[in-house]
Write a protein that binds this ligand. Structure first.
Ligand code: Q0Z
Length: 288
């Protein structure tokens, strides 16, 4: 629970945002899970702590690439105090593999986000180099891919160039770290803001399974959609029901909840090298 004085200022599908004072916000990650864009009625215990710990881990390790908004991780393991920034009006997707809307764009046009790609690529293939794919922030529904020219109209060409360099460098760092631990970080969505001095700052969450596609490297097989490291049991269960993917979503049985929790914890432990129980005792271990 946030302080009695914290004012709720926003909700995401699975997170809440509170105002602490003029300079600081509190981000709280719940245990809610969404699949096929629908939040399910059953929670995954500790999912919010896994995602908060992972973000903290990446923020601590990427500070020398770009400064970030993190001020403190609270003892509950699911709340972070952050600097309040002037957020840029674009989402910064970096794609290392051809999946999701990148794959759809490629099939339709041979391009994605204005980048021409080699002919004959298969679904889930690794891209020759990571692609910066900005999108607009939709208030509801899906973010819409935009070209770099459109993104430059929104934030200015000079700032966009800084953002692109930072986003690609961050992706390269995180994807190399993850690959060495058996997790393919296929793509990621980053958000940036400007601080009071006009410095570019990484905000929101960083390289969590909710903001990125995590694929198990040992099951990687291009030419098809890849299983999700974290949500595959949930998707398979939902598919087995023949649910139409229109809300409300189905409740999850205990074995699907337990299997999914175990996958989140496994991703946390592989990527951070820290036992999740240690994180629960002392969340700041991931910042060391
Ligand atoms: C992030 C979001 C969430 C709902 C605003 N450091 C910052 N400064 C200013 N604004 C934000 C941040 Cl992170 C900010 N969001 C996205 C997060 C719940 C929406 F936890 N919205």
């Amino acid at each position: 629970m946030p302080d009695a004085t914290a004012v709720h200022v926003g909700s995401g599908k699975v997170r809440e945002i509170f105002e602490l004072d003029a300079e600081r916000l509190l981000l709280v990650a719940s245990d809610r899970i969404s699949t096929f864009d629908v939040v399910l009625p059953t929670e995954i215990p500790d999912k919010g702590r896994v995602l908060t710990g992972l973000s903290g881990f990446w923020f601590a390790r990427t500070r020398s690439i770009v400064p970030n908004h993190l001020l403190a991780l609270r003892p509950d393991g699911r709340s972070t105090e952050v600097r309040r920034l002037k957020m840029l009006p674009i989402e910064c997707v970096v794609r290392g593999y051809l999946a999701g809307s990148g794959w759809k764009d490629y099939l339709a046009s041979g391009m994605t986000s204005g980048h021409g790609l080699p002919a004959g690529m298969r679904e889930s293939d690794r891209l020759p180099e990571p692609i910066f794919a900005p999108s607009t922030k939709a208030t509801e529904g899906h973010d819409e891919n935009i070209t770099r020219a459109q993104a430059a109209d929104l934030v200015g060409a000079a700032l966009l160039a800084r953002v692109e360099r930072a986003a690609v460098e961050l992706y390269l760092f995180a994807s190399e770290h993850a690959a060495a631990r058996g997790i393919i970080l296929a793509d990621t969505k980053l958000e940036f803001g400007l601080d009071e001095r006009g410095e570019l700052v990484l905000a929101d969450e960083a390289f969590t399974p909710d903001s990125s596609r995590f694929w198990p490297a040992d099951e990687y097989e291009p030419g098809r959609a890849q299983p999700s490291f974290d949500k595959q049991y949930v998707r398979d269960y939902c598919e087995s029901l023949g649910w139409d993917k229109v809300p409300p979503g189905p409740p999850l049985p205990d074995d699907v909840v337990a299997g999914t929790r175990a996958r989140y914890v496994e991703a946390f432990e592989r990527l951070t090298g820290t036992a999740f129980d240690l994180y629960l005792e002392s969340p700041s271990v991931v910042l060391a």
